[in-house]
Design a protein around this ligand. Structure first.
Ligand code: BTN
Length: 246
C-alpha cells in the first residue's frame, strides 16, 4: 500500500482520480492524495469540505480477492485503522460511529467513503476514500457542520504534520490489510467493536424510508450492523445512519 502515490495539488475528488487510475490499470495499493479538493464527496451524496492543506484527502485503490458480500469488511477495516492510529499517535480515545465515522469527544473528525466496481459477482476494484480534518480551527468549518464536525487540532490542541500522519495511516493500513487477508475478519471485528460507539445501547437507525429505535448489539461476521428486532431476535442491517440519545 502506498508504493505508488499520485499527488495532486488540486483536483475535483481523489475518488475520481482513483477510478480513472483503476481503469488505466494502476496496481493494488495505489494511493491518491490531494492538497485540496474542489468537489469532495461524502457518503449519501453529501459534500465533503476539503480545504487546501487543512486535512488529509486521499483515496486508496484496492484489488482484493474477496467475495463481493464481504466488501463492507474493508470499510470497517479502514475505520479501525484510523481509530487505532489516532489513539496511538495522539493519545485520544476515538470512537467509530457505524459504519465508519471517526468521532473524538462525540464530534466527527474523519469519514470514509468506499466505492466499488463489481462485475457479476466479482470485485474488480475498490476505492477507499479517507477524509480527515486535521488542522482546521472552528472558524474554518461552514456553519451547517460546525456543530457536529471537528478537527484533530481542535480536539488535541496541537497542529499536526500531515505527512507524518499519512505515513502512519498507510503503514497501519498495510499491516492490518495483510493480516486480514491471511487470518480473516475476526480480529478486525474485535478491534472495531473495541472502538464501536454506543454498542450495547439503544440507537436510532434511519434509512431512506424508515426510522427505528433498536438495541445496537455489535457488528456481524460480514460487517453488517447487528441489532435486536422487535421480536428480540438478532437482525443484520446493511445500510442506514445511526443516531443516539444524549
Ligand atoms: C463521509 O463521512 O461522508 C465520507 C467522507 C469521505 C471524504 C474523502 S476525502 C478523500 C476522498 N475523496 C472524496 O471526494 N471523498 C473522500
Amino acid at each position: 500500500i502506498g508504493k505508488s502515490i499520485i499527488h495532486r495539488q488540486i483536483t475535483s475528488s481523489t475518488q475520481d482520480v482513483a477510478h480513472q487510475a483503476a481503469i488505466d490499470g494502476a496496481p493494488h495499493g495505489t494511493v491518491i492524495i490531494a492538497d485540496e479538493q474542489t468537489s469532495g464527496k461524502g457518503r449519501m451524496q453529501r459534500q465533503w469540505f476539503s480545504a487546501a492543506n487543512k486535512g488529509i484527502w486521499m483515496s486508496i485503490l484496492l484489488r482484493p480477492q474477496i467475495p463481493l458480500q464481504t466488501s463492507p469488511q474493508l470499510t470497517l477495516l479502514c475505520g479501525t485503522v484510523l481509530a487505532a492510529t489516532f489513539e496511538k499517535e495522539l493519545n485520544v480515545r476515538p470512537f467509530i460511529k457505524w459504519p465508519n465515522d471517526i468521532l473524538i469527544n462525540e464530534k466527527k473528525v474523519a469519514g470514509i467513503l468506499t466505492e466499488m466496481q463489481a462485475e457479476q459477482d466479482r470485485i474488480q476494484y475498490v476505492v477507499v476514500g479517507i477524509g480527515i480534518n486535521v488542522n482546521q480551527e472552528k472558524k474554518d468549518f461552514p456553519e451547517e457542520i460546525a456543530q457536529k464536525a471537528s478537527s484533530l487540532k481542535m480536539e488535541t490542541g496541537t497542529s499536526l504534520d500531515l505527512h507524518k500522519m499519512i505515513q502512519e495511516i498507510l503503514k497501519r493500513f498495510e499491516k492490518m490489510y495483510d493480516q486480514y487477508m491471511q487470518a480473516g475478519f475476526a480480529f478486525v471485528k474485535a478491534l472495531w467493536e473495541g472502538f464501536g460507539f454506543k454498542i450495547g445501547k439503544d440507537i436510532i437507525v434511519r434509512t431512506m424510508n424508515n426510522e427505528r429505535k433498536t438495541a445496537f448489539l455489535g457488528i456481524a461476521e460480514d460487517g453488517a450492523l447487528l441489532v435486536k428486532n422487535d421480536q428480540g431476535e438478532k437482525e443484520k442491517l446493511y445500510a442506514g445512519e445511526i443516531e443516539w440519545f444524549k
